[in-house]
Design a binder for this molecule. Structure first.
Ligand SMILES: NC(=O)c1ccc[n+]([C@@H]2O[C@H](COP(=O)([O-])OP(=O)(O)OC[C@H]3O[C@@H](n4cnc5c(N)ncnc54)[C@H](O)[C@@H]3O)[C@@H](O)[C@H]2O)c1
Ligand SMILES: [Zn+2]
Length: 356
């Protein structure tokens, strides 16, 4: 299995693929550690967790976007302080991206920073969010508005967790990983296109694409950890995706929203003459299999345009979109929400949301 190190301005950290998370968890636990665990995972893996949790302080949370807010964090912080948690103690997160963001954010502010360790349990968290040190919480109705960069000390990836994941969450992970393979180039895209559906049935293939996804991301975050420069290409699909997530009240999970978002970015890229319709269709064939079974019927186009123009990456009134000039040639472009752009969005919503 794979092991590698990520260098970070905050602290370097390790990623290890492991066979039995419960054995590792037992081995690494130190006096004073507190586990923050997703309630679903707590129930589903009670066989492996009961004995451990009987002896270790733990806080069970519901993984929803409301929990990932200031208000949601207050009872957790209260419980930590009242329970005697100290600066030399560590938090251990077991869950998906929401549990990660909550634990990372609390770790970054508790006593000006405590160490944390992560056992990602969703495909999205294993194949993407576990590395890169981003940590944000939502504010009001807007997502990921408040946060910083605060990586864990160690990430332990056990593919066992994926066996209980819903089809929708598996596809969300596949959608999220896909953007790394398009950014990386044609060879990686071809590999992904051949392997991504097989991966759901074959753990060896799955661990291979998770590892490659993290490897591609590592190449960028080690150079531009704070997202000032080259890392921004990974916002491909995300401006549109975030608008979809918030307007559907998170009914569409992140990685599926990003799949729609990549197709929207490709549609605009065709309109601007950056890629051919053929390239767009080649990518869309894969994306359609990811978003299959979902729809954007409840999204009002006006609200979608407003949400896009409020994207936190925008500068002044200009949108900052990530567009496509071909595999391996994803780039940032400033655009305005003018009549032309608005008309392209009308056209997309009118004609492009049915499977081809
Ligand atoms: N910090 C980052 O770099 C980063 C990157 C991408 C996404 N995110 C954030 O991550 C969140 C999405 O992450 P996610 O998709 O992992 O979401 P999640 O944590 O909400 O998990 C999705 C669902 O799967 C359930 N679940 C978790 N593990 C399970 C398992 N093993 N078996 C069955 N069910 C399980 C959860 O209870 C939840 O219902 C969003 O809030 C997004 O903003 C953060
Ligand atoms: Zn994402």
């Amino acid at each position: 299995m794979y092991n590698f190190k990520i260098s970070s301005v905050v602290n370097d950290y390790d990623v290890s693929f492991v066979d039995t998370f419960s054995t590792i968890l037992t081995e690494i636990l130190l006096e004073g550690d507190v586990i923050i665990i997703d309630s679903k995972v707590r129930k589903l893996y009670s066989k492996q967790l009961d004995t451990i949790l009987a002896q270790v302080k733990h806080i069970i949370i519901d993984a929803n976007e409301k929990q990932k807010s200031y208000q949601g964090l207050i009872p957790i912080i209260e419980e930590l302080i009242n329970g005697g948690f100290r600066k030399n103690h560590r938090l251990i997160a077991i869950g998906g991206g929401i549990t990660q963001d909550i634990t990372a954010f609390i770790s970054s502010i508790m006593y000006r920073g405590v160490d944390w360790i992560f056992f990602p349990t969703t495909l999205l968290a294993q194949g993407d969010s576990c590395i890169g040190s981003k940590t944000s919480i939502n504010f009001g109705e807007f997502k990921n508005q408040v946060g910083g960069f605060y990586p864990p000390r160690h990430i332990f990836i056990d593919l066992l967790f994926l066996e209980t994941l819903s089809d929708l969450d598996l596809k969300s992970g596949l959608g999220e990983m896909c953007h790394y393979f398009i950014v990386a180039g044609k060879d990686d895209f071809n590999r992904y296109k051949n392997e991504y559906l097989l991966a759901l049935k074959d753990k060896k293939i799955l661990s291979g694409i998770i590892n490659r996804s993290l490897e591609i991301k590592k190449g960028y975050i080690e150079v531009d950890e704070f997202d000032k420069n080259i890392r921004q290409v990974f916002n491909y699909g995300h401006s549109f995706g975030h608008a979809i997530e918030s307007l559907t009240d998170y009914r569409i999970p992140h990685g599926i929203a990003v799949s729609y978002g990549m197709d929207m970015a490709n549609f605009i890229s065709v309109k601007l003459g950056y890629i051919t319709e053929d390239i767009r269709n080649e990518i869309r064939e894969l994306l359609e299999k990811i978003w299959q079974g979902t729809n954007l019927d409840d999204i009002s186009l006006d609200r979608f345009k407003t949400a896009l123009s409020k994207d936190k990456k925008n500068v002044g009134t200009e949108l900052r979109l990530i567009l496509n000039k071909g595999y391996g040639e994803i780039f940032k472009k400033a655009m305005t929400m003018d009549d032309q752009f608005s008309q392209w969005l009308d056209e997309y919503f009118a004609n492009e949301l049915k499977n081809k």
